[in-house]
Design a protein around this ligand. Structure first.
Ligand code: G4P
Length: 541
């Protein structure tokens, strides 16, 4: 799966050099905008795979990328996130996969903690959708530069300028076109490449199963062959450039502007431009701030943090994989690393690179790369690892849950397994666990951002922990951070309750916003803080 990449040297400027040719990014979008299709097309362009469909593809998805969980197979959705590495133009690209279903958006937000850039796909016919807006907001909060790609231009859709207006008005970002569609949505002829001032004409090729043919024409040739399609594209793009000023790397990196590209992922149109933009413009793996705001430079000894923990990927082996983003130094398989949170050391014997079912033993990794540590069961989401120079990276934020269920073991004789399973799933970040003295240990409350998270819990509890459980819905839909005193204040109030999250925070739960407002009115001194935005608590960022 992974292409062989040549490494110069593992010493000082060798590390800086390797880091500077790393681009670590994720494709993000509202579901159905074409994320999986684009992932596949990017891999195809990098010639990792022979034909599209081998990596992801909706029809094939049941058989392909992440069929490790029966539930995914049944529903044909992709829940797991992994990383795909390939080289393109002497650059090493790390593409971090994110789940397609919005119920698992918390997972997507965690992946964003590990990337240096995001490619935001927008469906040309739909414009900015709810999930698109949440993702823009998370990127803004975390200062992740965004390349915006208007996808599905082969189908009828919105007008180019209307889409640009929508971006400016709703996200506040300055759209900075790198390419501009020639031909209206539904009649995608190619793009004007603004930098080279040429017309790149796309030709359909085997329904996107192989690389689309690209032909480069001069503006004069384009005018002759495309007539109004060409002049309209040039006029529109020039208008946007004139009113917004030209593209600058600074605006892209500081998050005030977003480069704009047009594509049809399904036809492989415009995909090469996305890869070129990543290589030429996206930030390379660089220094990362630790919990005290101090930079950990890439040349420092090895360090990294866990951005995802996943178990049950391979039922036969009952494995538990912690995905680490390398922040500094060289990771070498077998090296003894320190787990910052416990102070314990361990040898990284089983290091792998994973994408879907494909696994490959990984011997070394550089800043920006992702390593899957197998059976490192002490590692939890957000934990830091290092050698020699201690470092702790900021924690990965927890999100504001909106769905709550009381969990109980179906079989009282299996309470031990039940307890262990729930704890483990909490550590993996699959669910948040809330408790109170009143409810007792037998009946913890599970809190989720999307209800499908409960199905994962149910499945894992039965399959992996042999602890069948039942869940009863709770009427709450809103959580706020509060303190110990709130327990007494809210006791006896209908539609409200205080529970303690496994990290020790007190959460006040309310049936709805009205129940909360009533409490706010009657107890103005009570602490009721929002848990970040509904897109996530951004403490530490
Ligand atoms: P997601 O991961 O963002 O959820 O989207 P995915 O790639 O699965 O794409 C969703 C649908 O959109 C797929 O259709 C896919 O083929 C189609 N699609 C993706 N990119 C393009 C594009 O550039 N142009 C066009 N015309 N279609 C595109 P599907 O699953 O086959 O059918 P359906 O979901 O429309 O029923």
């Amino acid at each position: 799966m992974t292409q062989q990449v040549q490494h110069p040297t593992r010493h000082s400027n060798g590390i800086a050099q390797e880091a500077s040719r790393r681009r670590t990014f994720a494709v993000i979008s509202h579901p159905d905008a074409g994320k999986s299709t684009l992932t596949e097309a990017l891999a195809l362009h990098a010639r990792v795979i022979g034909t599209a469909g081998a990596t992801n593809g909706k029809e094939n998805r049941k058989e392909t990328v992440s069929d490790w969980m029966q539930m995914e197979k049944d529903r044909g959705i992709s829940i797991s996130s992994t990383a795909l590495q390939f080289s393109y133009r002497d650059t090493v690209i790390n593409l971090l996969d994110t789940p397609g279903h919005s119920d698992f958006s918390e997972d997507t937000y965690r992946v964003l903690a590990a990337v240096d850039c995001a490619v935001m796909l927008i469906d040309a016919a739909k414009g900015l959708e709810t999930q698109t807006m949440k993702l823009f907001e998370v990127c803004r909060q975390r200062k992740i530069p965004i390349i915006t790609v208007i996808n599905k231009w082969d189908r009828p859709g919105l007008d180019t300028l209307a889409l640009m207006d929508e971006i400016t008005e709703q996200t506040g970002l300055i759209p900075m076109p790198l390419t501009w569609a020639v031909g209206i949505a539904g009649d995608f002829r190619g793009v004007w490449d603004l930098k080279s001032d040429s017309f790149v004409r796309f030709t359909r090729n085997n329904s996107g199963a192989s690389l689309a043919t690209e032909e480069h024409l001069t503006p004069a040739e384009a005018l002759e062959q495309e007539g109004d399609n060409w002049t309209d594209a040039v006029d529109e793009a020039s208008l946007v450039v004139e009113s917004n000023q030209e593209f600058t790397k600074e605006r892209f990196h500081d998050g005030t502007g977003t480069p704009i590209l047009f594509s049809s992922a399904v036809l492989n149109f415009g995909v090469k431009h996305i890869l070129d933009a990543l290589v030429d413009l996206a930030p390379a793996a660089g220094a990362r701030k630790d919990i005290n705001g101090v930079d950990r430079n890439v040349e420092a000894p090895f360090s990294g943090f866990v951005f995802k923990v996943q178990a049950g990927m391979n039922r036969a082996h009952r494995d538990h994989v912690a995905f680490i983003r390398v922040c500094s130094g060289v990771f070498e398989r077998g090296m003894v690393v320190t787990h910052a949170n416990s102070g314990k050391t361990f040898a990284t014997k089983y290091a792998q690179q994973l994408f879907g079912r494909e696994r490959e033993v990984i011997d070394e990794a550089w800043p920006g790369d992702v390593v899957g540590l197998v059976n490192a069961s002490a590692l939890r989401m957000g934990d830091s690892l290092y050698v020699e120079q201690p470092v702790e990276f900021p924690p990965i934020p927890l999100f504001s849950p909106e769905h709550f269920r009381v969990a109980r073991s179906k079989d009282p004789s299996k309470f031990k397994q039940f307890r262990r399973g729930i704890e483990q799933l909490g550590h993996e970040g699959i669910i948040q666990i809330l408790r109170s003295d009143l409810r007792g240990d037998q009946a913890p409350v599970l809190a989720a951002v999307g209800p499908m998270q409960f199905e994962v819990v149910q499945d894992r509890m039965e399959q992996d922990f042999n602890a069948p459980m039942r869940m009863e819905p709770l009427g709450y839909s809103l959580a706020r951070l509060t303190n110990h005193d709130a327990q007494a204040t809210l006791s006896g109030i209908r539609g409200a309750e205080v529970l303690i999250r496994s990290d020790g925070e007190y959460l006040a739960l309310f049936n709805d916003v009205w129940a909360m407002r009533r409490v706010e009115k009657n107890h103005p001194d009570l602490r009721l803080d929002t848990i970040g935005t509904d897109a996530g608590d951004t403490r530490g960022y």
